[in-house]
Each structure stands twice: as C-alpha cells, then as structure tokens.
Design a protein around this ligand. Structure first.
Ligand code: ZN
Length: 75
C-alpha cells in the first residue's frame, strides 16, 4: 500500500518549471523568478510551459511574407 497521493485533484500548488518554486494553482507569473508559468500539469504537479503566442505569430507572418515575396518575384 502506497501512502503517496496520486489522485490528480489533490494538488494544491504547482511547481515553477524555471526555478522550482511552489506557486498557487492559478498563479500566472512566478513571484520568485518573474517568469510566466502555464497551467498545472495534473500528472507531475509542475506548471506547464506557457505557449509563446507572439513568437508563433511573428513566425507565421515572416513565412507569409516570404511566400508572398517568392510568389511576387516569379509573377
Ligand atoms: Zn520561478
């Protein structure tokens, strides 16, 4: 018999993936290292890596520009 709680709903805190500090479940920023943290990973108790939407958008825009440029050049 294991005394370890493995029920997913028993987490009361999450761990910052940058510095390992324990944060409140609904915390969006780590107060210790000031970095953005994602939602709780219910399997590990760690915070998820937040999605970096800005770099996604910049990547998509630059690809769109590149495609348009090539399309324009061969027209
Ligand atoms: Zn941190």
């Amino acid at each position: 018999m294991s005394a370890q709680q493995d029920n997913a709903s028993t987490f009361t805190s999450k761990k910052c993936l940058h510095c390992g500090n324990y944060l409140a479940i609904d915390e969006r920023f780590c107060f210790s290292c000031k970095k953005k943290v994602g939602k709780l990973n219910r399997k590990t108790g760690m915070a998820h890596q937040p999605i970096n939407w800005i770099s996604y958008i910049i990547c998509i825009i630059s690809w769109t520009f590149l495609v348009f440029y090539i399309w324009w050049a061969f027209l």
